[in-house]
Design a protein around this ligand. Sequence first.
Ligand code: ZN
Length: 263
Amino acid sequence: MKIHHLNCGTLSPKYPRLRSIVYCLLVETDDGPVLVDTGFGLQDYKKPSPMMDGFMRLMGVPRKVEETAVYQVKSLGYDPQDLKHIVLTHLHLDHAGGLRDFSQANVHLFKGELDSATQPRTLLERGCDSAHWTHDPKWVFYDQVDGKWLGFPRIDILEGISPQMHLIPLPGHTRGHCGVAVASDQGWIFNCGDAASPFHKEVDIHGYPEAQQSLNFLPGGLSHRFCGPHVPKLRQLIQEHGDEVNVFSSHDIYSFEKNLSSA
Ligand SMILES: [Zn+2]
């Protein structure tokens, strides 16, 4: 059972000058490959909506087809049509762009997230592109917490499928925003989405354990505003359970490079 770490969209804005990624996972399960977040999709590059085009210009997205999830799924030897499940942290345009490339897939997400995308209450919640779901995906909504996972509320998803996966509600960035925890042979992998560190500064890790630093780039006030209130608890998770869980965020290029080299 392998978990592939994928960059499904390089971000390299000029102001501020940063380099980042959209961190997705392809999880090999006993029910076929499962994608966690999709990054940008083919249509975003071929025929972007004005909003997406503006976002990609601002963020310096190179628009490489080779970075799309569908291209990488094929490169890993899978037929994209065989991908039955996508799990989403949230519906922002840099996370859900590839949904149309897997129109047959069930799309698993926290129920409040579609409400947040279709009836936005904050500026951040407006960061979705409804073109990404005009194909009417097979949504699978979850709204009930099933228990605890390392101190966080836990929603069981894809039940009966191995490895075990959970949505971990981390509201704040958007109302329905979640992290995704996946059991791997080496312990848990936890993509905490946009609940921490939108960018990784290239960088100074002096004085901090690497992962904590990567989850803590934005100053406190800004972090709370953009990511929600979870950074202290995520840091505590790393301190208390760092040997059993690998925590990273959706735009954490530092962890991505580290995880790729140890994969
Ligand atoms: Zn987001």
